[in-house]
Design a protein around this ligand. Structure first.
Ligand code: F3S
Length: 468
């Protein structure tokens, strides 16, 4: 059987075209090569946890690899087992799970534990399910959830990631009917299993707030970074499919970020964050993820919780950074980034300047505080182009009415349940999007095929609004 060795991590969500089995990840050394039918050796995966659903698509199109051999365990890639693609790590041994759980899920958990070399399982306090948008999991995900949801219920608190549309106002958004039908069905399957339709990538701001030290099993790479780094809970970057397994069984193998020895910084990142805007934090995370994709960095930055949310999202999008620390640390390796480095990345990720179709802000979802700041920034102004903000239903419900009215008076739309990346913008007549998040910029280009302009919020306000 033919073998293919990938010399860099692969992003399953947008790095492989399931229709052809070819690698399409920008800058990947093996770009253009096919993984179909091959024994695929990879270091580990990078980027979004929703990529776990790509394995079903590869199977459906007959382009799946015959086997995947991992150098480093990662839950996203191990999810391929549930789609019937064998995954191995050299030298792994068998582990047995002694618990009453559905047979298919027992086999998966035992397989995962043996692949990663875990000797036991831990009970998880909560789960955050990723892979909720019809735009990312498609019909293969919809079918799997339909089958699974018939016979199982979640056994722990389980929240869900954003859907592909505002569940209440999708018509107003311009979402096509056929998409809405698929999306509503997916949410229905999840709800039937007992998953809370929080539909946000900031579950920690929407009622799913673990305690420090608690074991959890979360998908959504930005929320994973936040949970490990800021909350102090313990989770690996779980694949979307695996989050369903953990939600039902309440279990996960004890390895990776669940163990003390993997939670210490191994890289120092020096920057001067004086005067930074939200975009700069996302760029810093992204640069670090590019340079050192599986590190636990300690950053010499100061910033508020929203800035750190953006920092984590950036590092988890370009790399697979699951945890970071703040302040100084004693390690052998140091990276230094200057303002010019961030600016170079901003330019590299931007493909146009001026004349956008849509300003889209809220990756990860905006907090109440950020909504307030943007509303102040826009006070006395009127937008010149469609200007959309994305937040959670939980934050939107708490937004004081005068603030919402003032945003609406400026011409801004505030959507809940969804975001610019997981909604089908390309089917809604949008070609060019302006945003202030490196993660959004990456996926708007690679997943949605759109042109991107990456700017700081002040620049966006200057360019796309005028005094009212
Ligand atoms: Fe959240 Fe969408 Fe960004 S899910 S992290 S807003 S890509």
């Amino acid at each position: 059987m033919k073998e293919l060795e990938l010399t860099q991590p692969i992003s399953w969500l947008d790095g492989v075209d399931p229709r052809t089995g070819r690698i399409i990840q920008e800058g990947h050394p093996q770009k253009g090569q096919s993984i179909a039918g091959k024994v695929l050796r990879i270091p580990h995966s990078s980027g979004s946890t929703v990529g776990a659903y790509t394995f079903f698509a590869l199977k459906e199109y007959g382009t799946a690899p015959a086997k995947i051999i991992l150098r480093k365990a990662d839950s996203v890639t191990i999810s391929a087992e549930l789609a019937g693609i064998p995954v191995e790590i050299e030298g792994s041994k068998e582990v047995k799970l002694d618990a009453e759980v559905p047979e298919e899920f027992r086999r998966f958990l035992e397989r995962e534990a043996s692949i990663v070399g875990a000797e036991e399982f831990v009970k998880v306090r909560s789960v955050h399910v990723s892979g909720v948008s019809y735009a990312t999991i498609g019909d293969w995900g919809r079918k799997w959830l339909s089958k699974i949801s018939e016979g199982v219920m979640v056994s722990v608190t389980a929240t869900s990631n954003p859907a592909g549309m505002d569940i209440l106002n999708w018509r107003e958004m311009g979402v096509p009917d056929d998409f809405a039908e698929g999306q509503l069905e997916i949410v229905e399957h999840l709800t039937r299993m007992g998953v809370i339709p929080s539909l946000t990538c900031t579950p920690y701001l929407a009622g799913n707030l673990p305690r420090r030290g608690e074991h959890i099993s979360w998908g959504e790479s930005s929320a994973v970074a936040f949970a490990n780094s800021i909350i102090g809970a313990r989770t690996n970057r779980e694949g979307g499919v695996k989050t369903i397994v953990s939600a039902v069984t309440g279990l996960t193998p004890k390895y990776g970020m669940h163990l003390d020895e993997n939670r210490s910084p191994d890289l120092k990142v020096e920057v001067d964050s004086k005067g930074w805007s939200y975009l700069d934090y996302t760029l810093l995370g992204y640069l670090t993820g590019e340079e050192s994709p599986s590190s636990v960095p300690c950053y010499t930055v100061t910033g508020d919780l929203d800035d750190l949310k953006g920092l984590g999202a950036g590092g988890a999008a370009s790399g697979s950074i699951e945890m970071f620390d703040l302040g100084s640390c004693l390690v052998d390796m140091t990276l230094r980034f200057s303002h010019a480095d961030l600016e170079e990345l901003r330019e590299r990720m931007s493909s146009f300047e001026g004349g956008t179709d849509l300003v889209a802000i809220g990756c990860p979802h905006l907090s109440l505080n950020q909504l307030r700041e943007i509303s102040l920034e826009l006070s006395g102004r009127k937008v010149k182009v469609p200007f959309w903000l994305y937040t959670s239903r939980a934050a939107l419900a708490q937004l004081p009415k005068p603030m919402l009215t003032s945003l609406e008076r400026a011409g801004v739309k505030v959507w809940a349940d969804t975001c610019m990346v997981v909604s089908p913008l390309e089917r809604m007549g949008i070609r060019k999007v302006t945003t202030n998040s490196a993660k959004a910029a990456k996926y708007l280009r690679s997943l949605r095929g759109l042109e991107v302009e990456l700017l700081r919020i002040k620049e966006i306000v200057e360019r796309y609004t005028s005094p009212s």
